[in-house]
Design a protein around this ligand. Structure first.
Ligand SMILES: Nc1ncnc2c1ncn2[C@@H]1O[C@H](COP(=O)(O)OP(=O)(O)O)[C@@H](O)[C@H]1O
Ligand SMILES: C=C(OP(=O)(O)O)C(=O)O
Ligand SMILES: [Ca+2]
Ligand SMILES: [Mn+2]
Length: 655
């Protein structure tokens, strides 16, 4: 034993003799000591203060607190946003997390009458005027992660670093709960009535809902405020403010809108549009125009939007999209519900389509630059993305088929309503337990070949995507201008609702301009603008079926993503422009007889159906649905060219 030659002690154990060769001993305190005397001091060393946002130009100004002035202005602006429209004072807003408030914070009283400040007296104030509302302003993703995990049940970090969260009872948009204020201006300008997504509400009711949302938000201890931009076109950029109750919503918008630089944020000023998102707090069912506990209200005159009774984050993004569908066409700029990418040679393609048809999947193409996945503008100078992020569907997501989206699901990404293993936190993308509409929201630069700034020249190809669950539309057809307009106005897709409900029959959806839920003017206004731009730029239209082949849903199968990608490649490369075409029955679509990498027999859907009678029957059925849908447009002129209108009407199915 090592201690055998030691001196025996009274307890029977040998006394340990330390070695005398000092130099050979390696003490574990040989590292540089910590520069702190207490634990508090140690913790204070860990976090470094951010430097001033703007370079120091005028020392004098800095000494006398221009930084502090900017901060005060910012807080006053937020305070004005949160002010009640009727009460004279309250709440007191203060910047920063209450949990971290070290010194006495600067307080700003929300007041709608900044000019003649009232001194509140006991008789005219309520408790709401006495409490603090802490403003968490443009927090970083790391800070928002911490807030979400500490305060919002259902927030977890997944194994790839994304923030998994639940959107609550609503896992999709609520278009029937959307309201638009009808005033003297909008009653004239907007599209109202049958088929329109704009369900009216009056100004007074809007204010009631606004007050309800503001009161709810101010009643909270903490409120998140994001000041960000929309539209990468510098001439048509919009400043938006989003006030929300959840860190999840703040991170979602951080990812989805354009992120300001620290300098841009300092000089942000007054927003052009403000969203009040009260999330789970419902509207009052006794309020006029309310038909459920959810209400999404847009007031164009006030430049405001109120969200009550839904936490689905997509409402914010698509609400702003509706706003752009109003503002941009007034500037002769066409707003597009489309994805957009650009080839190495600068050829731009647009991907129109309803939800689930492939805008995000197909615009995210490893061989091309991504301009955006969902919302764009087409001006006289080319295209620009409205957003700063992407919102991808995650159901059945695979690393092999969609590597760029897979890799974008990392730290900073919001993962909505996915299911993960409790310990390792690995996400199971096949799991539909919460919803089929599982989503990932990430900044566009998480896609390696994103084109920053997200702008590009005029489109060369306009691809209309339809997920045809009837299985009768060809995988690809070349369209002339009138056909492009016919299909753009129709906005067809057919999905199968829930796979578990045992639904066998696909249902056709027609949504004008491939986004009727978001348009503000009559569809023909957007269609006329698209026709004019396509004609002027010589863009080619294509109809791509990303849905079924070899039979309808139930008997056929979905066209392989790999095949659709080859088809899209052939459109981009110009190969398809020079192919040989044949014209189909009923829809009169031009289909190519051959495409590199795609089995030729699938190009004409009739070949893939074992039962030809059933094919014919289904084809006629779909043709009938198209015809019926288009009836409401037959009395509308599209643009100033009455010939084009005639051609468009004739471009529908013929039988
Ligand atoms: N042939 C196909 N083409 C495009 N998408 C397909 C195809 N087959 C399956 N998919 C799946 O369909 C979904 C398309 O959704 P997405 O791209 O998010 O649509 P959108 O952005 O238009 O709402 C994705 O989940 C994708 O993996
Ligand atoms: C976010 C949405 O867009 P999409 O499904 O087209 O990606 C939506 O429609 O809610
Ligand atoms: Ca969309
Ligand atoms: Mn999408």
């Amino acid at each position: 034993m090592g201690l055998s030659n030691g001196v025996a002690l009274s307890n029977g154990l040998a006394k340990i003799e330390t070695q005398k060769l000092k130099e050979e001993i390696c003490h574990d305190d040989s590292a540089v000591p910590v520069k702190a005397h207490t634990l508090d001091e140690l913790h204070s060393l860990q976090v470094k203060k951010s430097g001033p946002n703007t370079p120091i130009i005028d020392l004098q100004q800095t000494v006398f607190g221009s930084e502090a002035d900017k901060n005060k202005q910012q807080l006053e602006s937020i305070s004005a946003s949160l002010a009640s429209l009727t009460r004279e004072t309250g709440p007191k807003v203060v910047k920063g997390d209450p949990a971290k408030q070290a010194e006495t914070p600067k307080v700003v009283h929300a007041s709608h009458q900044h000019q003649h400040q009232h001194t509140p007296t006991i008789s005219n104030i309520t408790d709401s005027a006495l409490k603090f509302t802490h403003i968490l302003y443009n927090l970083s993703p790391a800070e928002l992660y911490e807030q979400a995990i500490q305060n919002e049940k259902g927030s977890f970090i997944t194994s790839s670093g994304a923030l998994a969260t639940l959107s609550g009872a609503k896992t999709g948009r609520s278009p029937r709960d959307k309201r638009v204020v009808k005033d003297d201006t909008t009653s004239e300008e907007l599209w109202w009535g049958k088929g329109s997504p704009n369900i009216e509400m009056d100004e007074k009711t809007f204010l009631i809902n606004r007050e309800r949302a503001v009161d709810y938000l101010c009643s909270l201890e903490k409120v998140y405020v994001n000041d960000q931009f929309l539209n990468w076109d510098p001439m048509n950029k919009l400043k938006v403010r989003i006030v929300s109750a959840r860190a999840y919503h703040s991170l979602f918008m951080h990812n989805m809108c354009i992120r300001p630089t620290p300098e841009e944020l300092e000089n942000f000023g007054t927003p052009d549009f403000t969203i009040y998102n009260a999330g789970k707090f419902p509207c009052n069912r006794y309020t006029h125009y309310m038909t459920s506990s959810t209400s999404i209200d847009i007031n164009l005159a006030r430049k405001e939007m109120v969200i009550l009774g839904t936490q689905y984050a997509g409402e914010m993004k698509k609400g702003l999209f509706s706003l752009m569908h109003y503002l941009m066409p007034k500037r002769q700029i066409l707003s597009l519900h489309s994805g957009c990418n650009m080839g190495k040679d600068g050829d731009v393609a647009l991907f129109f389509g309803l939800s689930g048809t492939g805008k995000t999947t197909l615009s995210t193409d490893h061989n091309r630059y991504l301009i955006g996945d969902d919302e764009h503008c087409w001006s006289d100078h080319g295209v620009s993305n409205i957003e700063g992020g992407c919102y991808a569907k995650c159901i059945d997501l695979s690393r092999e088929k969609e590597p760029d989206i897979w890799n974008a699901i990392k730290f900073g990404t919001v993962l909505e309503n996915v299911v993960f293993e409790e310990h390792i936190r690995e996400v199971d993308y096949t799991d539909k337990s919460v919803t089929e509409n599982t989503r990932a929201a990430y900044p566009i630069e998480y896609i390696p070949n994103a084109k920053i700034p997200c702008v590009g020249p005029h489109p060369k190809n306009v691809i209309l995507l339809a997920c045809d669950a009837f299985g009768v539309l060809p995988p690809v057809s070349k369209l002339n201008l009138a056909q492009t307009m016919y299909h753009f106005i129709s906005g067809y897709t057919a999905l199968v609702a829930g796979t578990e409900d045992g639904i066998k029959e696909p249902t056709a959806t027609f949504s004008a301009c491939f986004g009727a839920a978001f348009i503000m003017f009559h569809p023909t206004k957007y269609a006329a603008m698209l026709a004019e731009k396509m004609q002027k730029q010589g863009a080619t239209g294509w109809l791509v079926n990303t849905g079924w082949s070899g039979g309808s849903y139930g008997s056929g199968s979905r066209i392989k993503l790999a095949h659709t990608r080859k088809i899209i490649d052939a459109i981009h490369s110009g190969e398809l422009l020079n192919a040989n075409y044949l014209k189909t029955e009923v829809f009169g679509l031009e289909i190519p007889n051959e495409i590199k990498g795609v089995p030729s027999e699938i190009l004409d859907p009739v070949n893939t159906w074992p039962d030809k009678n059933s094919y014919q029957e289904t084809l006629l059925k779909l043709g009938g649905l198209f015809r019926k849908n288009f009836e409401v447009f037959t009395n509308h002129k599209i643009g100033t060219d009455s010939n084009l209108t005639k051609e468009i009407l004739a471009a529908g199915p013929n039988f």
